[in-house]
Structure formats: C-alpha cells, structure tokens
Design a binder for this molecule. Structure first.
Ligand SMILES: *Cc1c(COP(=O)(O)O)cnc(C)c1O
Length: 238
C-alpha cells in the first residue's frame, strides 16, 4: 500500500482500488454467478497491488500467461489464491508451476500433457488441466482440433497419466466483431465438450468449459461456458 503526502500535509492512504475497475467487477461477477460459472481474473502484466485489490474484494481465482510472472506473484501474494495458467506453456517450464498451479487451461499437445504428468508426480500432486481446442479461424491460436480429440489412440494413452486430471476444455473464439461467428465457434466447442463428456476416458472428469474473454464473455455464458477468463475489463487495457 502506498502512502503519499496529501494536499493538506496529511498522509493519505492511496487505495489500490484505483488499479481495478470495481464497477465492471461487480457487474461481471454477478453475471457469472447467475450463469453458475466461475470468473477468472486475468492479471497478466498487471502489478501485484491490482491483484491484492481484487483479492480484498473477495476474489480468489486469477489467471496468468507467463510462467515466471505467475511464480513471482504467487510467492508474494496470499496463499489461498487459486492460480490458473492460461498461456502457451513450454514443456521445459512445467516443473516451475507444477507445485503451485490450480488449473492449467492451455494444454495443447500430448507431449505437454505427459510433461505435466511427470512434473506433477515429482511434486506428489494430481494437477487439473484443460485441453485447449482450436476453434477460431486464425491460424495462430494453439490447440487440438476436433479430429484429434476423437482419435481413439489419443484417449488410449490417458490411463498412464495418473498425475493429471483432465477436467475439461478451453477455447478462444476468433478475435472478431462478428458476434454470429463467435457464437458459432462457442457452440462448436460446447458440442465437442458434450461429446467428450459422454465417453469414459481414464483420468478425465470433465466438468469445466473455459471460454469467454472481455470481448465475448456474455456470448460464452449464453453458450454454456462454466469459466470465463476476463482481463482488460477488470484491470484496464494492457
Ligand atoms: C489475455 C487472455 C485473456 C483475457 O483477455 P481480455 O481480453 O483482456 O479479457 C483470456 N484468455 C487468454 C488465453 C488470454 O491470453
């Protein structure tokens, strides 16, 4: 907390509430709860003071994109924060977050899944993960495609992965103003999720569908999202 000398010479406590959009937060948390979903506050590139401010309002779920940033923030913030890793994760960095992460949203390859299993075993944990599915039109977004998820060989390998629990799917819609396109992509992901939920797969207990960001979370909630990842609407533009 910053202390600064105010205009009248008194010390004024600079409330770190200034670092967050409290009105947006109240509105979005209400909408999220009404939909029976969970709000992940995406705090990447934002200072620990901003996270602490939202924490002080009772928020506990925070999302980060970069390994080093999550690790250093986790070290100085309250231990009951649930840290969600949502960025592209490199295999050689998995061990750094394995002991502290609550949920990894962005598993985009079998190689990464195996790496997480190995790192989780070393720290005696079962780590919850989501498989990222490529639903957008952009080439750049990571993730499995629907065909890969349907492949029986893919699921076959899962029984060895005793230190991961595949808890659901994550996806990002196209970065577009076309609400119909975005809605169609979320519908596609929901359908893949429902199809996958209907089959028995070892070490998978699907219960989470992570979709929706600042620009499209309302559509995502309407289309069955159970977890939205919202950054700029809560913390301001990056
Ligand atoms: C940055 C990020 C978000 C949040 O984006 P906003 O548009 O700021 O809400 C959500 N999901 C992922 C995967 C991100 O990288």
């Amino acid at each position: 907390m910053l202390l600064q000398r105010g205009v009248c010479g008194k010390f004024v406590r600079h409330t770190n509430l200034m670092q967050i959009q409290t009105e947006n937060y109240s509105k979005i948390i209400e909408e999220t709860k009404a939909a029976g979903a969970t709000l992940i506050a995406v705090s990447k590139t934002k200072p620990v003071e901003a996270i602490q401010a939202l924490y002080n309002l009772g928020h506990r779920d925070f999302g980060e994109n970069y390994v080093q940033e999550m690790v250093s923030k986790q070290a100085v913030l309250p231990p009951d924060i649930r840290w969600h890793f949502i960025g592209h994760l490199q295999s050689n960095k998995v061990k750094l977050i394995a002991p502290i992460v609550h949920l990894i949203h962005s598993v985009d390859s079998t190689k990464l899944l195996k790496e997480i299993n190995k790192a989780a075993a070393k720290t005696n944990r079962v780590v919850d993960v989501l498989l990222q599915v490529h639903i957008a039109q952009e080439e750049t977004k990571f993730g499995f495609d629907e065909k890969e998820l349907k492949d029986t060989n893919f699921k076959h390998g899962f029984h060895e992965l005793k230190n991961v629990n595949v808890a659901g799917l994550m996806g990002m819609a196209s970065f577009s103003n076309n609400a119909d396109l975005v809605r169609t992509e979320f519908k596609t992901l929901k359908k893949i999720y429902d199809n996958l939920s209907a089959v028995e797969i070892p070490n998978c207990r699907l219960q989470t569908l992570s979709m929706g960001m600042s620009g499209d979370y309302k559509i995502a909630l309407e289309e069955g999202s159970t977890m939205i990842r919202v950054g700029s609407l809560l913390f301001g533009a990056r």
